[in-house]
Design a protein around this ligand. Sequence first.
Ligand SMILES: NC(=O)c1ccc[n+]([C@@H]2O[C@H](COP(=O)([O-])OP(=O)(O)OC[C@H]3O[C@@H](n4cnc5c(N)ncnc54)[C@H](O)[C@@H]3O)[C@@H](O)[C@H]2O)c1
Length: 253
Amino acid sequence: MIDVLLSGCNGRMGQAVVSQCGPAGPRIVAGYDQSAVKQNDFPVYDSFSLIAEAADLVIDFSHISATPAVLAYCQAKGLPLVLCTTGIKGDLEAKVLAAAAAIPIFKSFNMSLGISLLLSLARQAAKVLGDTCDIEIIEKHHNQKLDAPSGTALMIADAAAAGLNFQAEYIRDRGLRQSKRGRGEIGIHSVRGGAIVGEHEAMFICPQEIISISHSAQSREIFARGAVKAAGFLLGKKPGIYTMDDLVNSLIQ
Ligand SMILES: NC(=O)c1ccc[n+]([C@@H]2O[C@H](COP(=O)([O-])OP(=O)(O)OC[C@H]3O[C@@H](n4cnc5c(N)ncnc54)[C@H](O)[C@@H]3O)[C@@H](O)[C@H]2O)c1
């Protein structure tokens, strides 16, 4: 059984992870959250310095404002980290990479196996159609989501760009531009509303045909289940960055 410290335990995703734990799955020994609104079967702290419980690993679904503290705690305790919080870039991304020199970090902006498949298909589609098609990505999420575009939309853009034989330029603000579409553009568009769990569509728009690859998350459980699976995969690994590709490859070997 894996003993987990759950960061962001009182949020929507934190509670989805709680529902994945139990007699058969991992056990949550403590939580970290700045909000105390939820009742849990484990103690919840608003500071890492207060945590006395010993864990095997940390799962984080919180916010980028918590990431430096999460990284510092994992490094100080030598704990592997399943880092699921989105919006990590720039200096924070550099901090994550630096921490991965000392501890294993599993990092994915989307913990769903289905999205992993979509990424691989998007790479293939760009390779085959990239010379003639325009690539546009549309993502839709609930009205409480803080970051835009979604981390997953950027992962899809990166996957498509990796399949192209020219440098792609990501365009997130087409509405502000009054110009024709450039050749190397990948457009990324965000829709926010209601309770949409997460929808992503990659469109490969050719002169005479449109190829569209889409994924619709029906419930947050898919991400929570993926995070728990990643935790099992990460335990005992050497320091470094691990991704869904590594997990998927380990499942098909
Ligand atoms: N990788 C994935 O597959 C995946 C899937 C869904 C959501 N996410 C990401 O996970 C994160 C959480 O999503 P959510 O929908 O549960 O959000 P949420 O707002 O419902 O929950 C976030 C929780 O983190 C806590 N928190 C925020 N800042 C904190 C801080 N500085 N210190 C301590 N606690 C803090 C909040 O109190 C809250 O309980 C977001 O970044 C979201 O984009 C990732």
